[in-house]
Design a protein. Structure first.
Length: 201
């Protein structure tokens, strides 16, 4: 009887998720630009390193590693710098996509949902952010990403607590002019997604 209950529980849990096919790494690198040079803040560099580690693990261990996309969420200047770092580390620039419109984690997940919702077998999603983003991530995964496989990858952030607390306030969900302007209608992005994650007949 206990074995049957265990099997039913497992079956119920597994049925909540669709079979995954491919991988998306969300490199959440939004930050306030405080320098005029081209350098990245230390806490953003930490996230880039976690992204690279996650990428290497996927490439070494997952059979669907050939279906991969890295989504950099940041302002344009920093995103281009991060892209250069990833390319210099050996990542193919063709799988790197920049989202410079999303203003917080909520809008980032909205963007990703637009990408994957039409896929019969959506990709496994890895969210890379500083460890203090975990609470924000958890609440949004429950409300927005139900039915999808999403995993949090935490990076260290050595900044003072008041600075981190101030940055948390920037992640209040909102929809600014640029968000509405975008509406995720980038045909080139849609074509890239369909190429990396084709629907199986």
């Amino acid at each position: 009887m206990y074995i049957w209950e265990f099997m039913v529980t497992c079956s119920s849990f597994m049925s909540e998720y669709r079979f995954t096919d491919g991988n998306i790494i969300i490199l959440y690198a939004l930050h306030r630009v405080t320098s005029l040079d081209n350098s990245l803040p230390a806490h953003i560099s930490e996230r880039v390193e976690v992204c690279l580690d996650t990428f290497r693990i996927i490439m070494q261990s997952k059979p669907d590693k050939h279906k991969m996309m890295i989504l950099i969420v940041s302002n344009k200047r920093s995103a281009e710098r991060i892209k250069d770092v990833l390319i210099n580390a050996g990542i193919d620039q063709r799988i790197i996509v920049i989202d410079s419109f999303s203003e917080n984690v909520s809008q980032t997940f909205d963007h990703v949902l637009h990408i994957i919702k039409k896929k019969a077998n959506p990709p496994f999603i890895y969210f890379v952010g500083s460890v203090w983003l975990r609470d924000i991530y958890d609440s949004l995964v429950i409300s927005k990403m139900k039915g999808y496989k999403v995993q949090f990858e935490g990076a260290l952030d050595h900044r003072p607590v008041p600075e981190v607390e101030e940055e948390k306030t920037f992640d209040i969900p909102k929809k600014g002019v640029e968000y509405y302007k975008r509406k995720i209608k980038d045909k080139a992005l849609d074509m890239l997604i369909d190429h990396i994650f084709p629907n199986k007949e």
